[in-house]
Design a protein around this ligand. Structure first.
Ligand code: UDB
Ligand code: ZN
Length: 183
């Protein structure tokens, strides 16, 4: 199983690289890596397993975060209505996004960042994501709220972007007008 020792930390150039698309049909290796990433998230949200292995409770992870510069991610989280979003997404792409912006009131963290970086990370409130599943089938997700934020955070990793790149340098707690804040 993957543990925090497998997670690449900031400073490693793989986190700043633009990752390569995966080829279809997927190799067994790309399938298994995706499954291991999703398993990591599920384990990290299990209180007993997380404590035993000192895992941070993860909701999303991108392949570059385990040192693989390829375009796939896993997410595992519940939204406000308790709907589960549990997916491994290959070559995900944001097809469209809302004009309205949103951010988390408490800012963001990252599995690859072992420090607190305060400040608002303003993102699109809603996104439509197209991707391929583990069987190579096309998939379209329409997301809002917390799941939309997680998706954008993970796709940023495929493009070498860290959450703090989006924080206003002069005033981290500056909030542009009309940004919805999730508490
Ligand atoms: C996370 N977890 O997984 F509001 F049930 C973060 C870490 C960095 C704190 C582990 C997280 O936000 N958990 C969480 C939050 C809730 C309710 C809940 C669990 N990530 C993923 C990551 O680093 N991927 O690269 C950071 C998130 C910050 C905003 C979106 C992703
Ligand atoms: Zn991250």
């Amino acid at each position: 199983m993957l543990t925090m020792d497998d997670i690449v930390r900031e400073g490693d150039p793989v986190l700043r690289a633009v990752a390569e698309p995966v080829n279809f049909p997927l190799s067994d290796e790309d399938k298994e890596t995706g499954q291991r990433m999703l398993e990591f998230l599920i384990n990290s949200q299990d209180p007993e397993i997380a404590e035993e292995h000192e895992l941070r409770g993860g909701v999303g992870i991108a392949a570059p975060q385990i040192g693989i510069s390829k375009r796939f991610i896993a997410i595992h989280l519940h939204d406000d209505n308790d709907r589960l979003y549990s997916h491994i997404l290959y070559n995900p792409k944001i097809r469209s996004h809302s004009v309205e912006n949103a951010c988390l009131g408490g800012g963001e963290g990252c599995l690859s960042v072992d420090r607190e970086v305060p400040g608002y990370v303003v993102r699109s409130a809603r996104v439509t994501v197209e991707a391929f599943d583990i069987d190579g089938k096309p998939l379209k997700l329409r997301l809002k709220g917390y799941p939309a934020i997680v998706l954008q955070h993970e796709i940023d990793h495929l493009n070498g972007i860290m959450f703090y790149d989006h924080i206003n340098k002069k005033n981290p707690s500056y909030l542009p007008p009309d940004v919805v804040v999730y508490e």
